[in-house]
Write a protein that binds this ligand. Structure first.
Ligand code: 5GP
Ligand code: 5GP
Length: 226
């Protein structure tokens, strides 16, 4: 091979290297939103964050990179520690929209740190820590789940609602079928616990889910008061 050939070969190899590094190492995200009433019922008790009882609205659980076969990466980079100073502009929104309900009461940084370390570190090829939290907040606002459900007469009043109606209300509003996850409260009522919405690899647009989580929901479920 002549000098020109080698040069082109090296160029191609370098490009291959570059592409493989800039490519995402996951297929999509789940935006997972939790209903606080269900979390608190399941745990019998929960602890409100130090800022007080959160609004009766869906809060963020996490933005989780996932593979389309249903498996997922986790804890991808122990060197990328959670750094509060990168999200100072987001803290007041995080407290409202990503509240922690775990005990003992705390401000929320532990929950955010856990989600960053377990899930966020696996999406660093597309977003840094600030954008991981910023994108999650924007996606939650875009989904506007409580409004969608309320508009369809589905309210957090301890009433029982058809799984199909809940799913369709969300599908009609956002354009894509959500995953719906239930839990049982101590009286063994099946409750609406979490809603999964799929997001593209840029972390900004909703997409049809390549794979839905198994939700353990019966045909009718309780929308717990909070
Ligand atoms: P659980 O066993 O309560 O459903 O899930 C425990 C934790 O495992 C979740 O909070 C989440 O961090 C992780 N996890 C469970 N299912 C999934 C999934 O389908 N995708 C991803 N990315 N993480 C999951
Ligand atoms: P995952 O289930 O995402 O792996 O982990 C959730 C972790 O965050 C658990 O260790 C849990 O105690 C903690 N955590 C703190 N606040 C909350 C909350 O409001 N909801 C959930 N699901 N977990 C929380």
């Amino acid at each position: 091979m002549g000098a020109k050939g080698w040069f082109i070969l090296k160029l191609l190899m370098f490009q291959g290297l570059f592409i493989s590094h800039s490519q995402e190492d996951f297929d999509f995200f789940y935006l997972v939103l939790q209903w606080p009433g269900a979390y608190c019922d399941t745990k019998r008790s929960c602890c409100y964050p130090t800022s007080g009882k959160p609004a009766a609205d869906f809060g963020i659980h996490g933005l989780w990179p996932n593979y389309k076969d249903g498996s997922y990466p986790s804890n991808c980079d122990p060197d990328s520690e959670f750094d509060k100073s990168q999200i100072t502009d987001l803290v007041s929104s995080l407290k409202k929209k990503w509240p922690t309900l775990a005990c003992p009461s705390n401000e929320g940084f532990k929950f955010w740190e856990h989600e960053w370390e377990k899930h966020g570190t696996c999406s660093q090829s597309v977003m840094d820590q600030h954008d991981y939290f910023d994108n999650s907040l924007k996606l939650r606002d875009k989904a506007n789940l409580l409004q969608i459900l309320t508009n369809s007469g589905i309210k957090p009043d301890d009433g029982f609602y058809d799984l199909i109606k809940i799913r369709n209300a969300i599908k009609d509003a956002i354009g894509f079928t959500p995953g719906i996850e239930c839990n049982k409260d101590p009286e063994r009522n099946d409750q609406l616990h979490q809603i999964y919405i799929c997001v593209d690899t840029s972390g900004t647009e909703f997409i049809e889910c390549p794979v839905l989580p198994r939700g353990r929901c019966p045909s009718q479920l309780q929308f717990a008061k909070f």
